[in-house]
Ligand binder design. Structure first.
Ligand code: SAM
Length: 271
């Protein structure tokens, strides 16, 4: 059996009694950083057998954990902070367990994204979780292009040293007049939420160097009532030189449409 166990995103008071109970009875506690999780366990008097499971070893260690669970052991997965599988390793292990018929359960805990969303003052009914944008420039530009078409509140994770760059990129993409909430160090001593437009943020962060952990909630650029003009998007991407296949993929990503149907539509329009 696998338990996904949420841990605090800063404030130890947010660690749930059930999390303590489940971790205390686990045979194996898989974690990203054994030192960091060791500190948490010590704080709550939990004795546990730690097993390193992170982004760079998950392909080889996932099957090892699965074989232990098949032997009947209980594995708990925790990440450095918040919920495993949310911009953290976990997703692959969950998929593996499901494939292998192993039960998966959850002990929910804080998530930085949702904590920021509820503080943002922006629409919470519909939202898009982006997490970290890619760090390489081309895929990053492409994701920002996708964000332009999103019609729900957008939630982005960003490292402090890249925050100013992100704000500039969002300005350049046309988000300048959009409202945003910059949620920093949530649940910690220096928790701060700054609500302003993206253009104002460009000035603000020139004056105030970003420090700590950030979640950015962003008002969408696309109008909610806007219906995507698929034909227009297809023409735009084809004019930009994208192949038929890539155009169909991009348009499907933006509109939420079916890639194959869009592909067929492009082919048909040429006949
Ligand atoms: N699994 C975590 C969750 O459930 O939210 C997220 C882990 S992700 C690797 C780390 C990122 O989450 C940080 O770079 C930051 O963007 C965001 N984050 C985590 N803790 C935060 C906090 N206390 N305040 C603001 N953002 C936080």
């Amino acid at each position: 059996m696998l338990y996904l166990v949420g841990t605090p995103i800063g404030n130890m008071g947010d660690f749930s009694p059930r999390a303590v109970e489940v971790l205390s009875s686990a045979d194996i506690i898989a974690c990203e950083d054994t030192r960091r999780t060791g500190i948490l366990l010590k704080e709550f008097d939990i004795e546990g057998k730690l097993f390193s499971y992170h982004e760079h070893n998950k392909a080889s260690k996932g099957p090892v954990l699965v074989s232990r669970m098949k032997e009947g052991l209980t594995v708990c997965l925790v990440s450095d902070a918040g919920m495993p599988s949310i911009s953290d390793p976990g997703e692959d292990l969950v998929k593996l367990c499901i494939e292998e018929g192993i039960d998966v359960s959850v002990v929910p805990g804080p998530v930085a994204a949702i904590s920021a969303l509820v503080l943002s003052g922006l629409d919470t009914r519909y939202y898009h979780f982006e997490g970290f944008l890619p760090s390489e420039s081309k895929p990053r530009r492409e994701r920002i292009e996708v964000l332009k078409g999103i019609r729900e509140t957008i939630i982005i994770y960003e490292a402090p040293h890249r925050l100013k760059k992100l704000v500039k990129e969002l300005c350049d993409a046309g988000f300048g007049d959009r409202k945003a909430a910059f949620c920093r160090e949530l649940t910690k001593r220096y928790e701060q939420v700054v609500r302003m437009t993206i253009s104002e943020a460009a000035d603000y962060y020139e004056e105030n160097e970003p420090k700590g952990e950030f979640v950015i909630c962003l008002e969408p650029m696309a109008d909610k009532s806007e219906v995507f003009d698929t034909d227009q998007l297809i023409s735009r991407f084809l004019d930009e030189g994208l192949s038929t296949k890539d155009t169909a993929a991009r348009v499907a990503e933006i509109t939420g449409g079916n890639k194959k149907n869009i592909y067929d539509q492009i082919i048909k329009s040429r006949k």
